[in-house]
Design a protein around this ligand. Structure first.
Ligand SMILES: Cc1cc2nc3c(=O)[nH]c(=O)nc-3n(C[C@H](O)[C@H](O)[C@H](O)COP(=O)(O)O)c2cc1C
Length: 326
């Protein structure tokens, strides 16, 4: 898949997830085969740009290219400024969030709430595309609710506004995360536009990725929740798409080395105390469905130092193979 000057190969992309796709996780997913990783969303509100959280979200030091930053907001001018600001801080690709149903985002008519107002969508997209010299991508749901599945209309607006690629989550805003993603609307969107389309929603295995690509005709798949605790899913999907064969999951030695390097990156990025706290949720995902997971989680959540967290992690994972993608 080509997005502006960037060749996205393999066509398997990490979805933006607030609280998950920070720099350490993006770097890990890239190393384990993702063709592109999109940052957590950053607010378009300049009053919040200088918080410690925003500063960390702008740190792209050492991140493999292309550096993709997602912005969220509702005001065309503010979003254009946010895009410029992020490009000045290293973004090589700007993604606009019109896919997130979170109350925090929708309450102020940002995220997927924007899908209700097609004229405003056009104004936002044109303003952001005109503001920056880098490709601008858009992430949407299939519509506002099942009675208003206007994904095709939004996709046409996106293409006419100069959007370089479109990621579509196969649920409406009203669906939240309930039910199963549907791929018919993504197929209709792909058929309606000439820009690359990324299919998103419930892709949790190499076989499912191949099925979704077939069903939608999309140019790439975007994987979110299935990468939590399984960042090697990217190389598994890429390998399956390229060869039709299934890769085995990492063995205990590689698993330990992946987890230890992830934890060490978290400590280095956030500092030891916040790093240990943030690592707990990843460890919870890594050990999910493992024998002894409960006891490991209880023990690892009770320790407060990096050294102890690493020691318990090594002791637990060096004995166990990791989960295979479903
Ligand atoms: C914890 C979490 C945080 C998310 N944050 C964002 C976000 O910041 N921006 C966005 O566009 N979508 C966000 N999403 C939606 C995902 O990008 C994705 O569209 C959704 O999870 C469906 O894909 P999946 O079934 O592969 O998880 C988030 C999802 C989760 C689970």
């Amino acid at each position: 898949m080509q997005i502006g000057p960037f060749r996205i190969d393999p066509p398997v992309v990490l979805a933006p997830m607030a609280g998950v796709t920070d720099k350490p996780f993006r770097v890990l997913c890239k190393r384990l085969g993702a063709g592109l990783c999109v940052s957590e969303m950053t607010t378009a509100d300049p009053r919040l740009w200088h918080s410690q959280k925003s500063r960390l979200r702008r740190d792209h030091e050492g991140e493999p290219e292309p550096i993709a930053v997602q912005i969220a907001g509702y005001d065309p001018h503010m979003l254009a400024e946010a895009a410029r600001f992020n490009v000045d801080h290293g973004a090589q690709l700007i993604d606009i969030n019109m896919g997130c149903p979170a109350k925090k985002v929708c309450r102020v008519d940002a995220g997927s709430a924007l899908l209700r107002d097609e004229a405003l969508v056009a104004r936002i997209l044109e303003a952001v595309v005109a503001a920056v010299p880098v490709p601008v991508t858009l992430k949407v749901r299939t519509g506002w609710d099942r009675q208003h599945r206007n994904g095709v209309a939004i996709a046409r607006i996106a293409e006419a506004s100069g959007i370089a690629a479109l990621a579509v989550h196969g649920r409406t805003r009203a669906d939240l995360y309930q039910g199963e993603a549907e791929y018919e609307t993504i197929a209709a969107i792909k058929a309606a536009v000439g820009i690359p389309v990324l299919a998103n929603g419930d892709v949790d295995s190499p076989v499912k990725a191949a099925m979704v690509l077939r069903a939608t005709g999309a140019d790439a798949v975007m994987v979110g929740r299935a990468a939590q605790g399984r960042p090697w899913i990217f190389r598994e999907i890429a390998h399956y798409l390229a060869t039709g064969d299934t890769l085995p999951p990492p063995g205990p030695a590689e698993a330990c080395s992946i987890l230890v390097s992830h934890l060490e990156d978290l400590y280095a990025f956030y500092g030891e105390v916040p790093g240990v706290r943030i690592a707990r949720k990843h460890l919870g995902w890594y050990c999910k469905d493992h024998p002894g997971a409960e006891a490991f989680r209880a023990a690892v959540n009770a320790v407060a130092t990096a050294a102890e967290q690493l020691r318990l992690t090594r002791a637990h994972f060096e004995r166990l193979p990791l989960r295979r993608a479903a």
